[in-house]
Write a protein that binds this ligand. Structure first.
Ligand SMILES: [Zn+2]
Length: 426
């Protein structure tokens, strides 16, 4: 920190007994110190903004990559769908072909049975022929003729029967052969269908594993984006606080100039600071002490700074708690300053951040869990001036003021927090 000393608003006239060794420095130097400080904050903000821009560019780039992966996944989905449709088609054809084979098998079986039957019948006849020593059966048939024309008819019939037997056997054999050829061809079709189906299934496996890879990549990109986004939010929060601090210093410069002009005009007329408001008719405000800081609320200090018994390991209390069960308990500014943030936070509840410039050192005070805030961003406040009403908003279990003192700016990891005991009268 710079060793420069500057006064902030009319507070400069109030004693700075707390900060021993404060030397008198020209008013012009105060303003130039303030301007230096403002430039420093402004440069920090520029860096933060460029980091935020980098984060935005990274997020855009990650979005682009995600869109690419998604379109590749869509292409793979289409390919998988297409392959599945082909597999279904082949499966249907295979079962149809299997049906055809079964049918041919049945037909072949019928023919073979018929041939076997016919064969045994012919064998039977041949055996009879042997046993009777010739065509005795046919001769019996012929001898049974009643007339010559009957005989001719019977002879023709016998010949026809014998010929027909042979013809039938030949035909059946040919049919069987034809069916067997057909079956061989259909079986070949079946083999080729099964090969095609297995190729399609292989392809589908490859496509699915490609898709799984892309999905993994997408989750990685989404996670990365989340990280970048969280980092960006932290940068933005820091930048907002710095913007408030820069504005506070701007205001301090303006007020200092006004004060100097007034001082010059009134020459030796020393204007005392007006008595700060004690919160009107609302409850009891704490007595304003004479030093740089005053107590921010009346009540008992229910919890100190640092680790506390019953806290989880690693948990740290960055401020002190002042509890008071009365209603409408006023919260007052601990010192002269400028409100850098007045807003509702999920953790702090209704909270106010005030920047103080004391002896060239920036301090930041935080007032949390308030029921109501009565000053807004940029407001210039005086030590002891009411800024809100004690409450239990945000992450709080009972009515109290959570009060933080930071030497320097408030930063998200709160590493500037110091124990206010001994500095602020508590
Ligand atoms: Zn607390």
């Amino acid at each position: 920190m710079k060793k420069s000393v500057f006064s902030f608003t009319v507070a400069a006239t109030v004693g700075l007994s707390l900060f021993a060794g404060s030397s008198a420095v020209s008013e012009a130097a105060s303003i130039s110190d303030l301007k230096d400080k403002q430039n420093e904050i402004h440069n920090k903000r520029s860096n933060l903004k460029s980091n935020i821009n980098d984060a935005n560019a990274k997020i855009n780039n990650l979005h682009g990559q995600q869109a690419n992966v998604k379109s590749e996944m869509q292409r793979l989905d289409f390919a998988i769908g297409d392959t599945n449709a082909k597999i279904r088609e082949k499966t249907a054809k295979i079962s149809e072909t299997q049906g055809k084979i079964n049918q041919l098998q049945g037909e072949i079986k019928v023919i073979v049975e018929r041939m076997e039957k016919r064969n045994s019948l012919l064998k039977e006849r041949a055996r009879n022929y042997q046993e009777t020593g010739g065509m005795i059966n046919y001769i019996d048939v012929l001898m049974g003729a009643k007339s010559f024309s009957d005989f001719i008819d019977r002879a023709n019939a016998v010949a026809t029967i014998m010929e027909a037997d042979q013809e039938l056997l030949k035909q059946a054999d040919a049919d069987k052969k034809e069916l067997e050829d057909k079956r061989a061809k259909v079986e070949k079709d079946l083999t080729s269908l099964q090969e095609m189906k297995s190729e399609l299934e292989q392809m589908n496996k490859r496509l699915s594993s490609q898709r799984a890879e892309k999905n993994k990549l997408l989750s990685k990109l989404v996670l990365k984006e989340k990280e970048v986004h969280e980092g960006k939010l932290a940068l933005e929060e820091e930048e907002q606080i710095l913007a408030g601090q820069e504005a506070a210093i701007q205001k301090a410069i303006q007020l200092e100039k006004e004060r100097q002009a007034a001082a010059a005009a009134a020459a030796a007329a020393a204007a005392k600071a007006p008595t700060p408001s004690s919160g009107g008719g609302l409850g009891k405000a704490p007595a304003i002490s004479g030093g740089t800081f005053t107590r921010p609320a009346a009540g008992v200090m229910s919890s100190g700074f640092g680790t506390r018994p019953g806290f989880r390991p690693g948990e740290f209390h960055y401020g002190v708690d002042i509890a008071n069960h009365a209603s409408n308990v006023p919260i007052v500014a601990a010192a002269d300053g400028v409100v850098i943030r007045s807003y509702y936070s999920n953790s702090y509840g209704n909270c106010i951040f005030i920047s103080h410039s004391i002896n060239g050192q920036v301090y930041t005070t935080v007032y949390a869990h308030m029921e109501a805030r009565i000053v807004g961003n940029g407001a210039v406040v005086k030590k002891g001036q009411q800024i809100g009403i004690m409450g239990s908003t945000g992450d709080s279990t009972g009515q109290h003021l959570h009060f933080e003192l930071h030497r320097g700016q408030w930063v998200p990891d709160r590493h500037n927090a110091i124990n206010p005991v001994g500095i602020v009268p508590l």
